[in-house]
Design a protein around this ligand. Structure first.
Ligand SMILES: [Zn+2]
Length: 468
């Protein structure tokens, strides 16, 4: 197979792309093509029909490639990228000991660099959209927005609206900032505003209610970490006599505008509340494995019609490995004990990683699907590899056998952004070098408390320990 030529893909003009197949919601369509113009899919259909309709346009043949929607990361913390591995082996609620101190040590340059590094990793892994749950660095969120624009990824940008630890009566000021944030990015082609509350207990009841209303009116989402850890669930029970999700329901904060991150420890009643209110969930399986108390009942949620996307929570940026983790965690946590050898099958998790994620972050009408009128956010995936060429069930094979090595190109809003894992119009190596310098300084300055030693220290300790 000859490698693809990048030149015809990099131009500003309309593109008629003719891969081996296009991944549509109903499955792979062989011999299909797409017409990309002004950042959107203008037409999707049989290659011969599209070529006949636009005789002046030379089709770009993409042999050995699948064109599929870009992945949507429904839960990320872009300014935490300097410390991804600091979370390894840590007990739950690491935000208190690692993330808040680390983000607090960032200045404008380090926050921008951390966010752009996270966007770089995301794009390399096939994510064309990332939802940032709101930085706690003491910088204007525009720093994060500009990092996303510079990298070229679509970003749902959260503004933290916590008011429980502010001065009493600060609710109106928080809501004023929230309104300004929603207006500030209205109409931005790549940055989509969103509100965020870290955990339900971080905001007053009136603020939870008001942010829900403001977001619903603006067509935006409110991102809240919900029922992630046992400690948080029990604090809510002691304070309100209600679990966190029940508390949100009582104050009127559930609904289609809520993007509930994690939702791992839910009772059957809380699952019913999600379904009845149209609340969306970001299922974050790698975060559950690395630092969680439970795996979200995502197969059950799907069956009940709950809106589900997949999120990395900043763990690692590979869309295929995220989809695989989503399926794998369901099999281990639920499928093995019930004899469910399918757990929704591959397409369920591929769909949650793309279309479901776009819907969950409030961009269902904009991205997540290869369809006319949607943003041209897509991947060209090399399917002529030993892992994928002998295909019997491509959606499931992408989930179980795919990874970012097979992504040849990443397009966001119709523009080529990554080519074989490298940025097309900025210097990725220089960014990584600068991030390495700044990360050493930031982590060194932050009062990060870790319970777990590094692997090297842990090994040395183990060797020193004599069991009598
Ligand atoms: Zn999170």
């Amino acid at each position: 197979m000859n490698p693809l030529d990048r030149a015809p893909l990099a131009g500003p003009g309309p593109l008629l792309l003719a891969p081996d197949a296009v991944l549509l919601p109903e499955g792979p369509a062989d011999g299909y093509a797409v017409l990309v113009e002004d950042g959107t899919f203008r037409a999707v259909g049989p290659a011969a029909e599209l070529a006949a309709a636009r005789p002046g346009l030379d089709p770009v043949r993409l042999p050995g490639h699948l064109l599929m929607p870009g992945f949507v990361d429904a839960h990320h913390h872009l300014t935490q990228s300097f410390g991804a591995a600091l979370a390894f082996g840590e007990p739950s609620e690491i935000f208190r000991r690692v993330w808040v101190p680390l983000e607090g040590a960032l200045d404008e340059e380090s926050a921008h660099t951390a966010a752009k590094l996270a966007c770089y990793e995301a794009l390399r892994g096939g994510f064309t959209t990332v939802a940032d749950a709101g930085t706690r660095a003491g910088v204007d969120v525009e720093v994060v927005a500009s990092a996303a624009r510079d990298a070229g990824v679509r970003c749902v940008l959260g503004l933290v609206c916590n008011d429980a630890d502010r001065e009493p009566g600060s609710g109106p000021a928080v809501l004023d900032e929230a309104e300004k944030h929603l207006a500030r990015y209205a109409g931005d082609p790549l940055v989509h505003p969103s509100l965020a509350v870290s955990i339900p207990e971080a905001a007053a009841e009136g603020t939870l209610r008001a942010t829900a209303r403001l977001a619903a009116e603006a067509g935006a989402v409110v991102q809240i970490h919900v029922n992630e850890h046992l400690a948080g669930v029990e604090r809510s029970l002691l304070r309100h006599g209600l679990r966190p999700l029940e508390h949100l329901h009582r104050v009127g904060a559930l609904g289609p505008q809520l993007l509930a991150a994690h939702a791992t420890m839910l009772t059957p009643r809380e699952l019913s509340l999600l379904a009845a209110t149209g609340t969306a969930v970001s299922y974050n399986p790698v975060a559950s494995a690395w630092k969680g108390n439970a795996v979200a009942a995502a197969t059950d949620m799907t069956e009940r019609g709950v809106r589900v996307g997949l999120g990395t929570d900043g763990t690692r940026g590979d869309g295929f490995r995220l989809a695989e983790a989503a399926e794998f965690a369901q099999r281990l946590a639920y499928g093995l004990t019930t004899g469910d050898s399918s757990c929704g099958a591959g397409w369920t998790w591929l769909e949650h990683a793309t279309r479901g994620g776009a819907d969950a972050v409030g961009l269902g009408a904009r991205t997540g699907t290869v369809a006319p009128g949607r943003a041209a956010d897509f991947l060209l995936v090399d399917v002529a590899t030993p892992e994928l060429a002998l295909s019997w069930d491509l959606p499931w094979e992408l989930v179980r056998r795919g990874n970012r090595d097979q992504i040849t190109a990443v397009f966001v809003a119709g523009r080529l952004r990554m080519w074989h894992g490298r940025p097309t119009d900025w210097d990725g190596d220089a960014l990584v070098r600068r991030a390495t310098e700044l990360a050493r300084a930031a982590v060194g300055a932050a009062r990060v408390e870790r319970a777990h030693p590094t692997s090297t220290e842990a090994r040395a300790r183990q060797e020193r320990t004599v069991i009598l």
